[in-house]
Write a protein of this length. Structure first.
Lengths: 306, 176
């Protein structure tokens, strides 16, 4: 055998334990590795097929509550998202204060940010007397396919969109999640990825939508709806609308470079959130929507974020 | 998601963990495969190989409850061995030119050295030589590609490889 060839076969000589000593070099080699969304999906399909996991009923890339809700915040995109969630809330207050005048806020439609918990509860309570069905797994399906699958299972699909690292147009999660038995005709929310959020050059609309995502995710983590939170804290938090009225810089601030929050636990975030809810709320009602005029304490009175 | 989180997910929900592993590492494995097999296999063959790597990772990991300390290292080993097998199946030698006779001499030493000693010796080359050595001989990356990715001149890479081989030979001789 040619000796030269053996040297190139050095991988044969090294086990994974041996390679742990060289991990840094491997990680460096990994830098710049790229793959297109379509190719990644093909590889995922092939892998799952080989593993005997059905793409339609088996597991696919989806949100992972046990990981994403880990109490300690780690480096990475999800960390940034979490950090910005609170930043959105904080900034909503600050922006309002900075404006030096009452800012017209409107409460987002409940269905935009709250899971349909009531439907789920009702379905469980009447499971023995009504026809039920299992929520199918539509994670990573194309949005249209997911909608069709949910309809075929007897549910009313409700589309929501979020920024996510998953390829745009694919379903990243549902609520309730797959496997749940629900009364047929119940609403099932399916979250469709809008792709990654590009902080470098976002549009005003994207900034607003991103802030809205972040905002709801913080509450989701704590298992609270916006209504719960407001009721508990005697506040009425909502993102300013219409976003067209906001300066892009303000929205960027809203989405936030609040790096000081990175590294906080969710509990710490939540405490900050509660601490910031020192707003004076003066609500009034119209026939269609609840509008809320919000004034905030001055920024000096906000918790020190350093 | 870092490796610890990924491994936790793989233990609690292996199927979802597999999906996430593909999500995180597919670009890396694809780069390994392209480096080793570009021009030798079709893109379809390479994708098939990449999925085989994840399948092997999944099956192997399940056997030991994903008791893995470095996912990167684990996947690297699987990927590289799969690539080597594919390479051999195509009956083609690496498209590389020996730096000098040192390669031949060192190869014999390497074949008589256990993995622990060898990896320690390679690590002790120091950066950037460790990385260059691995890129060259572990992943089979061409010198010009190494140079491009590390922002060096090809000639510099070759000189460093040559010096690294000498240093490695000395280290292995001392260990022996």
């Amino acid at each position: 055998m040619d000796n030269k060839f053996e040297l190139y076969d050095i991988a044969d000589r090294l086990s994974d334990t041996d390679c742990e000593k060289l991990e840094t070099a491997f990680e460096n080699f990994r830098d710049g590795a790229e793959i297109g969304d379509e190719q990644k999906q093909r590889i995922l399909s092939m892998t799952l097929r080989k593993a005997g996991i059905d793409m339609t009923t088996g597991i696919k890339m989806k949100r992972t509550p046990d990981i994403e809700q880990a109490d300690t915040i780690h480096e990475g995109m999800s960390t940034v998202r979490r950090g910005r969630t609170l930043a959105a809330c904080i900034a909503a207050v600050l922006v309002a204060a900075a404006a030096g005048a009452a800012v017209f806020f409107t409460k987002l439609p409940t269905s935009d940010i709250e899971p349909p918990a009531e439907n789920l509860t009702a379905a469980h309570q009447t499971a023995e007397t009504v026809e039920t069905a299992e929520v199918p797994n539509v994670v990573l399906m194309d949005a249209d396919e997911a909608k069709a699958a949910l309809e075929a299972a007897g549910f009313v699909p409700i589309r929501r969109e979020q920024f996510d690292e998953t390829a745009a147009g694919l379903v990243i999660d549902t609520y309730p999640q797959h496997g749940e038995n629900l009364e047929k005709g119940s609403e099932v929310v399916y979250y469709v990825s809008r792709g990654s959020f590009d902080m470098a050059d976002p549009t005003t609309k994207e900034l607003y939508e991103y802030a809205m995502d972040l905002y709801s995710q913080t509450l989701d983590f704590h298992g609270e709806t916006l209504a719960d939170f407001n009721k508990e804290n005697g506040t009425d938090i909502a993102l300013p609308r219409p976003f067209e009225n906001m300066e892009k810089d303000q929205l960027k601030y809203l989405c936030g470079e609040y790096k000081e929050f990175l590294g906080m636990t969710y509990d710490e975030y939540y405490d900050y959130l509660r601490g910031l809810c020192v707003m004076t709320v003066d609500s009034f009602y119209t026939d269609e929507e609840i509008f809320t005029t919000v004034t905030a304490e001055t920024p000096e009175e906000l918790p020190d974020t350093e | 998601m870092n490796d610890s989180e990924l491994l936790r997910l793989l233990r609690s929900d292996p199927e979802l963990g597999l999906s996430k592993t593909v999500d995180i590492y597919s670009a890396y494995v694809l780069k390994i495969a392209h480096t080793k097999l570009n021009g030798l296999c079709s893109e379809e063959d390479i994708e098939e190989l990449v999925s085989d790597v994840f399948m092997a990772f999944y099956m192997s990991g399940k056997k030991n409850d994903f008791n893995i300390r470095s996912v990167t290292a684990y996947i690297s080993v699987i990927a590289e061995r799969r690539c080597i097998n594919m390479f051999r199946s195509k009956l083609r030698q690496p498209d590389t030119v020996p730096i000098d006779e040192l390669e031949y001499e060192l190869a014999e030493q390497v074949s008589n050295t256990n993995g622990d000693t060898l990896s320690q010796a390679v690590a002790s080359l120091g950066e950037p030589d460790t990385e260059i050595f691995l890129r060259k001989y572990y992943f089979g990356q061409k010198s010009e590609d190494i140079a491009r990715e590390l922002d060096m001149k090809t000639n510099t890479v070759n000189k460093r490889i040559s010096r690294g081989l000498k240093k490695l030979r000395k280290i292995l001789e001392e260990d022996a």
